[in-house]
Design a binder for this molecule. Structure first.
Ligand code: ZN
Length: 262
C-alpha cells in the first residue's frame, strides 16, 4: 500500500490530543499530505440512522463473540445525543472495534476512499475486540485498517498500570483508606484522563496505524521505538515520551516510503 494523504478526525472533548501538532508531526515524519477534520460524526453530519448502527454494535457480555444487539429507542437517542453533546459519552459502554470500523468505513464517501487516502479517527468510545485465544473481549487502543480508530479511553485503560500501584490501590480499598494518596504516590507512571502527555503518546499510535496500512506490520520489538506495542503504561511512556522516535530500521522503512510518495 501507499499513502499520499492522511485525514485526521479530531475528538474535541480531548483537546490534549493537540491534533494540529499531530498533523505537523506526521507531515515532518512521513512527507504525506495531512488534512485535519472536525470530529468524524460531526464532519459527516451523522443522523439517527447512524446512531442506530452505533447502538447496534455495543457489547454487553465480554465473554461471547459479537452478536448484534437490537437497541432500545433510549440507546439510539443516547448515541444521537452524543453527536452534539460529547460529554455524555461516559467511557463505560463497550463497542466491537471491527464493527465500529465497518460503520465508519460505510460513511466515508467513495471519493475519499481511494487506497492512497488514509483516514485516522479519534474517539473517546471504548473499542474492544474478541480474542479467540481466551474467549473474551479485550480493550483495544487502536483498530488498524482504513479507517483506523484510536480510542483515547483505550490509551488510558488498555495498557496496565504498574503492578505496585495496583497492589497498593487494592490494599487501600480493602482497608477502607483514601485512594488519593496512592494516586499521588504513583503520579506520572501512568496516563490519566486529560493527561498532558496524551499529545506525545498519540503520535506513536498514529504511526502504528500508518505502518500497519503500509506494511501490515505495525509493531516493533524494541522498547526504544515508537512502534513498540506497550502492554504496560510505563513501557508506553518510555517509548512515546522518553524516546519519542523510531528505531533505525523503522526510520529507514519510512524514509523509503517517503521517497516513493514524492
Ligand atoms: Zn522500530
Amino acid at each position: 500500500m501507499r499513502i499520499s494523504k492522511v485525514f485526521l478526525y479530531d475528538e474535541p472533548s480531548v483537546p490534549e490530543i493537540e491534533i494540529d501538532n499531530l498533523a505537523k508531526f506526521i507531515i515532518e515524519k512521513t512527507g504525506f499530505q495531512v488534512e485535519v477534520r472536525k470530529s468524524f460524526f460531526d464532519y459527516f453530519n451523522a443522523d439517527r440512522e447512524i446512531a442506530y448502527k452505533l447502538a447496534y454494535v455495543r457489547i454487553f457480555n465480554p465473554y461471547i463473540p459479537f452478536e448484534k444487539h437490537e437497541p432500545t429507542s433510549e440507546e439510539v437517542s443516547f448515541e444521537e445525543e452524543s453527536f452534539v453533546n460529547r460529554s455524555i459519552l461516559n467511557n463505560i459502554i463497550l463497542y466491537d472495534g471491527f464493527e465500529l470500523q465497518n460503520i465508519l468505513s460505510n460513511i466515508i464517501p467513495d471519493s475519499d476512499l481511494a487506497s492512497d487516502m488514509f483516514h485516522l479517527v479519534f474517539t473517546t468510545r471504548r473499542t474492544c475486540t474478541y480474542d479467540c485465544d481466551d474467549y473474551r473481549y479485550h480493550g483495544r487502543t487502536v483498530i488498524c485498517s482504513n479507517p483506523s480508530i484510536i480510542s483515547t479511553t483505550g490509551i488510558i485503560e488498555a495498557p496496565a498500570k504498574p503492578r505496585e500501584y495496583l497492589l497498593a490501590y487494592y490494599e487501600n480499598i480493602t482497608r477502607g483508606l483514601n485512594l488519593d494518596s496512592v494516586k499521588n504516590q504513583f503520579r506520572g507512571r501512568f496516563l490519566e484522563f486529560h493527561d498532558k502527555n496524551l499529545g506525545g503518546v498519540v503520535r506513536g499510535y498514529a504511526l502504528q496505524a500508518i505502518f500497519y496500512y503500509l506494511t501490515s506490520k505495525p509493531f516493533c520489538e524494541s522498547k526504544d521505538c515508537m512502534l513498540y506495542n506497550a502492554h504496560w503504561q510505563e513501557e508506553l511512556l518510555h517509548s512515546q515520551i522518553e524516546i519519542s522516535s523510531l528505531c533505525e530500521n523503522h526510520q529507514k522503512i519510512l524514509y523509503e516510503f517517503r521517497q516513493k510518495s514524492e
